[in-house]
Write a protein that binds this ligand. Structure first.
Ligand SMILES: Cc1cc2nc3c(=O)[nH]c(=O)nc-3n(C[C@H](O)[C@H](O)[C@H](O)COP(=O)(O)OP(=O)(O)OC[C@H]3O[C@@H](n4cnc5c(N)ncnc54)[C@H](O)[C@@H]3O)c2cc1C
Length: 264
């Protein structure tokens, strides 16, 4: 591993200033993805700017039908929060299904969405729950945040400070778990906001995506039957040593039907 300089600022402004003056800096959150990448020499930052000392980035606020989660909030805290369970139980359940206890107690929502792993669970919530990603510079609509494989709309020097979710009438996240890591082979989050439905898929493609055909069918008839006959093209989906693109395409429909059945 390349030598690096470690910084632990106590507010987001100081973290931003450190990013601006470092040669090749990286923010450090839970370290669950970044540290293995450094050990494998996939990344070699000159400076690590640890967000762990910034109290303002940690915590959960529920304001009416909105849930604001600080970027440095770990998955276990989201899963165990009584207000999240009450207002947005699908999100608590999603967080509770991430990885294993060690990952849930170290990994953070800010780190997860900034990393934009194609198999991560939170991107489906950011998109399906029409969330807003708040940074030290601006507010980014969830639909615009994920731009591709491990790629987001974040600019150099930009720090995610929190994610603001809208609580729908009903929502459900269904995941086909990778048997070793728990990551999503396919994860589908279905959310119903009044007459509107949003369906977001993670794990299947290089980045999270919505399925307009499913959304339209479910807006007409919110039942698993409404999804009969809808197919997903495997053309842009991922194939790896475990699962083919065709398998993932089929699993998207199966997971979506199961999600709708659970809440219809
Ligand atoms: C064994 C294992 C199993 C896992 N299973 C799952 C799973 O089932 N589902 C799932 O969704 N995830 C899973 N994960 C991912 C995990 O949940 C973490 O969310 C993820 O690794 C990154 O979060 P982190 O806080 O550790 O970020 P880090 O590893 O510290 O950072 C990741 C990247 O994000 C950047 N970053 C961090 N915070 C910010 C910020 N606030 N603003 C801007 N950039 C930032 C860093 O610079 C880095 O590039 C798993 C991970 C492991 C190791």
């Amino acid at each position: 591993m390349r030598n690096f300089t470690y910084h632990r600022p106590s507010d987001a402004a100081a973290a931003g200033a450190q990013l601006a003056k470092s040669e090749e800096p990286r923010l450090l959150a839970g370290g669950m993805s970044l540290l293995p990448s450094m050990k494998l020499r996939l990344v070699a930052p000159s400076d690590l700017v640890d967000l762990g000392g910034i109290a303002a980035l940690k915590g959960i606020k529920v304001e009416g039908k909105e849930v604001l989660i600080g970027a440095m909030t770990c998955h276990a805290d989201v899963a165990a929060n009584a207000d999240v369970m009450r207002v947005l139980p699908a999100l608590a359940e999603l967080a509770d299904g991430i990885g294993d206890p060690a990952v849930r107690h170290r990994g953070t929502i800010g780190g997860s969405i900034s990393n934009a792993d194609p198999a991560a669970c939170y991107p489906s919530a950011v998109v399906a729950l029409d969330a807003t990603v708040e940074t030290n510079k601006r507010k980014i609509p969830g639909d615009d945040f994920f731009t591709g494989l491990f790629s987001t709309a974040l600019e150099p020097g930009e720090i995610v400070t929190g994610v603001r979710f809208k609580a729908p009438d009903k929502a459900k996240y269904m995941k086909l778990r990778h048997p070793a890591s728990g990551f999503a082979v396919v994860g589908v989050l279905v959310a119903k906001f009044g007459a509107k439905v949003r369906v977001a898929v993670t794990g299947a493609g290089p980045s999270v995506f919505r399925v307009p055909a499913m959304e339209k069918a479910l807006e007409a008839n919110f039942s698993p039957k409404a999804l009969d006959g809808i197919t997903i093209s495997p053309d842009d989906l991922m194939t790896d040593i475990h699962f083919s693109a065709e398998y993932r395409a089929n699993a998207v429909v199966v997971m979506a039907k199961r999600g709708v059945a659970a809440i219809a």
